[in-house]
Ligand binder design. Structure first.
Ligand SMILES: NCc1[nH]cc(CCC(=O)O)c1CC(=O)O
Length: 313
C-alpha cells in the first residue's frame, strides 16, 4: 500500500480549493496516507494575463500538469472536468468523476438584474463561445466583451469595469464563496452548461493501479455516466476547434437523459435536441447516447454551423 500521494494542481484559488477538497476526501478514507499538493504553473495560467490569447478547450490548463503526471512527479491530477480535452494523452486516464456541483451558469449583475431585466444594449462579460451564442440568441442587443483572469481577479476587474453583468459557472462562484453575488441562476431551457461543468476529473497514469484504486472512492457513478455521455457528444462534434456547444445529462433510475445545443457564435442559428435511454447500466451505453445525439444534431444542420466556425478557428 502506498504511503505517500502527490496531487498536482494549478495554483488558482479555484484549483487549490478543488485539490484541497480531493485531499480532504482521500485523507478521510485513507487516514494513514501522506497526501501533498504540488503546484504546477500551466500555459493557460500564463496566457490568462495576455489580452491577445485565445484560450479554451485546448488543454492549456491540463497539458503541463499531465507532463508532470507522465514523468511520475505527481501521482494524480485534479482538474475542472470541463477544462479537460476529450482526448486523453497516451498513458493517462480519468480515474474518477466526482459528484457534481450545481451545473448551471449564473448571472452576476451590477444592480441585481436578470437576463430579461438587463437594459437594452447592456455590456456583458463572457469569453465563452457557448455562452455568447446562447446569450445572443436570447438578447441580440447585448454587447459582449471579455474579462480575463482567475475567478477572484474577474470579480475584482468586473467591479472596476463598466460591464453591466458577467456570466460564470455556479460551481466556481459557490466554491469561492461569491454566492451572494449571484443575480440569477440560468435555467437549462435558457442556457445549457459546458460539457462536464461542475464535476472534477481525477487523472492518473493507466499503469498506476494503486493510485487508481485509491481515487476510485471519489468516483460518483451518476456523475461518471452523465459526463461520459456529454464528453462523447463533444468528442463526436468538435474536431479540434473550440465550438459553441452546451450539454447536460441526468441519470435517474437507469434512465439517461441528454440535452444538447449547438449554435453559431452570433446566436442567429441555434439547434437543440435531446435523447432519452432507458436501462443504462454501463458507461459505454451513456457514451453511445452522446454519439447518437451528436449524429442527430449533425443531420439537422449542426454540420453547417460547425463548418462555418471551423473556417475561422
Ligand atoms: N473555464 C474556466 C472554469 N473552469 C471551471 C470553472 C468553474 C467550475 C466548473 O464549472 O466546473 C471555470 C470558471 C467558469 O467558467 O465560470
Amino acid at each position: 500500500m502506498k504511503q505517500q500521494l502527490i496531487i498536482g494542481t494549478r495554483s488558482s484559488p479555484l484549483a487549490l480549493w478543488q485539490a484541497e477538497f480531493t485531499k480532504a476526501e482521500l485523507s478521510r478514507q485513507f487516514p494513514d496516507l501522506d497526501i501533498q499538493l504540488k503546484l504546477v504553473k500551466t500555459t493557460g495560467d500564463v496566457l490568462l494575463d495576455s489580452p491577445l490569447s485565445k484560450i479554451g478547450d485546448m488543454g492549456l490548463f491540463t497539458k503541463d500538469i499531465e507532463k508532470h503526471l507522465l514523468a511520475g512527479e505527481i501521482d494524480l491530477a485534479v482538474h475542472s472536468l470541463k477544462d479537460v480535452p476529450t482526448e486523453t494523452p497516451e498513458g493517462l486516464m480519468l480515474s474518477a468523476f466526482t459528484e457534481r456541483e450545481d451545473t448551471r451558469d449564473v448571472v452576476i449583475s451590477k444592480n441585481g438584474d436578470t437576463i430579461k431585466q438587463l437594459k437594452p444594449n447592456a455590456k456583458i462579460a463572457t469569453s465563452s463561445l457557448r455562452r455568447t451564442s446562447q446569450l445572443l440568441s436570447m438578447r441580440p442587443d447585448f454587447e459582449l466583451g471579455d474579462i480575463r483572469g482567475n475567478l477572484n481577479t474577474r470579480f475584482q476587474k468586473f467591479d472596476e469595469s463598466d460591464f453591466d453583468a458577467m456570466l460564470l459557472a455556479y460551481a466556481g462562484v459557490h466554491r469561492l464563496n461569491f454566492g451572494d453575488r449571484i443575480s440569477e441562476i440560468l435555467p437549462y431551457e435558457l442556457m445549457l452548461p459546458a460539457v462536464g461543468q461542475g464535476a472534477l476529473g481525477i487523472e492518473t497514469r493507466i499503469d498506476d493501479n494503486e493510485t487508481r484504486e485509491i481515487v476510485k472512492v471519489m468516483n460518483n457513478q451518476n456523475s461518471e455516466f452523465c459526463t461520459k455521455a456529454e464528453r462523447a457528444l463533444l468528442r463526436h462534434l468538435q474536431g479540434g476547434c473550440q465550438i459553441p456547444i452546451g450539454a447536460y445529462a441526468t441519470y435517474t433510475n437507469g434512465t439517461l437523459h441528454l440535452s444538447a445545443f449547438v449554435g453559431s457564435v452570433d446566436g442567429k442559428r441555434t439547434l437543440r435536441d435531446e435523447v432519452t435511454r432507458d436501462s443504462v447500466t454501463e458507461a459505454s451505453q451513456a457514451e453511445q447516447a452522446g454519439i447518437d445525439l451528436a449524429e442527430a444534431l449533425l443531420a439537422r444542420g449542426a454540420n453547417e454551423i460547425l463548418a462555418e466556425i471551423r473556417k475561422t478557428c
